[in-house]
Write a protein that binds this ligand. Sequence first.
Ligand SMILES: *[C@@H]1O[C@H](CO)[C@@H](O)[C@H](O)[C@H]1NC(C)=O
Ligand SMILES: *[C@@H]1O[C@H](CO)[C@@H](O)[C@H](O)[C@H]1NC(C)=O
Ligand SMILES: *[C@@H]1O[C@H](CO)[C@@H](O)[C@H](O)[C@H]1NC(C)=O
Ligand SMILES: *[C@@H]1O[C@H](CO)[C@@H](O)[C@H](O)[C@H]1NC(C)=O
Ligand SMILES: *[C@@H]1O[C@H](CO)[C@@H](O)[C@H](O)[C@H]1NC(C)=O
Ligand SMILES: *[C@@H]1O[C@H](CO)[C@@H](O)[C@H](O)[C@H]1NC(C)=O
Length: 247
Amino acid sequence: MEKLVVEINLFFLLFTYLFVQSEGQIIAQFTRLSLNYSLENITSLSGIRTVSYCAAECTRKRDSCLVISYDSEQRTCNLSNQMAVYSKTHPVSQKTVIFTRVLPPSCPEGWTMMDVKKACVLNKGKEKVSWNFAKHECEQIGAHLPYFDSNEAFDWFRNFRNNSTDTHYKNVWLGAKFETKEFQWGNGNAYGLHNSSDWWCKERGEPDGGGICIGSFPIGNQFLLRDQHCNNYLAGFLCEKDMDHMT
Ligand SMILES: *[C@@H]1O[C@H](CO)[C@@H](O)[C@H](O)[C@H]1NC(C)=O
Ligand SMILES: *[C@@H]1O[C@H](CO)[C@@H](O)[C@H](O)[C@H]1NC(C)=O
Ligand SMILES: *[C@@H]1O[C@H](CO)[C@@H](O)[C@H](O)[C@H]1NC(C)=O
Ligand SMILES: *[C@@H]1O[C@H](CO)[C@@H](O)[C@H](O)[C@H]1NC(C)=O
Ligand SMILES: *[C@@H]1O[C@H](CO)[C@@H](O)[C@H](O)[C@H]1NC(C)=O
Ligand SMILES: *[C@@H]1O[C@H](CO)[C@@H](O)[C@H](O)[C@H]1NC(C)=O
């Protein structure tokens, strides 16, 4: 059983409470609500409890606990996965405080978290399509072909592709294309795409005018960027979506 010794209120004004272990590791993060709620689908923790104990129990129960109702006078608490407003018909005691768990960011099932960018990635490598089709497919689900604007993001992507043990196509489209006078990512950035001396295309003479749409291709033990025809060349693809826009 984890020992809870401190209850720090680091951001009092934001009503965010962090419950930490003696070593300082954060084990739970809650937001305090200044509303009169009573809860549905409750589990009452018996006996006199500290709010830290209740928070730890709630965190341990994962998805089945999202909210705590703590009576600071009786020192009892209810845990629940649901909230309801019953302030008129079932008023809670004035000494009752409600906390909701701050859930860690996550990606929906089937998507992989791209932690370096706070984005989620969906591997559509089982379909072999044109760049134009891939772009459209991603847009249909509110996503876009992947953009990279840092070495970290590109390294992540390379490892992700290299780790994949399935039979997906290894050649995949990225969200970059020749626009007016230079290659650009779909967000207008040209990071890593400026010219063939840049690192991602280095020593390969890419882009070589084979097309104006960019894909990632495994060559030897490297993943390189190459330009290919946007309609005639077929490859797998990935869709990327900001984590903030997932729901
Ligand atoms: C909560 O209840 C108390 C007492 O019943 C009341 O004074 C207060 O205005 C209520 N707060 C909200 C946000 O409804
Ligand atoms: C009550 O919570 C349990 C555990 O999370 C859940 O399985 C059940 O569906 C919930 N009941 C209702 C009515 O929401
Ligand atoms: C817990 O739930 C019970 C039953 O609904 C209620 O009587 C009690 O006031 C609740 N306690 C807290 C701290 O919310
Ligand atoms: C790739 O695999 C390594 C070793 O298993 C792992 O540490 C890393 O997180 C993986 N990276 C990605 C992006 O999947
Ligand atoms: C190519 O990119 C490098 C580094 O970004 C830059 O120093 C160089 O001037 C560029 N060359 C041309 C021809 O644009
Ligand atoms: C892919 O992984 C293998 C073995 O895990 C490694 O030797 C190789 O360098 C990696 N390739 C890339 C492009 O990261």
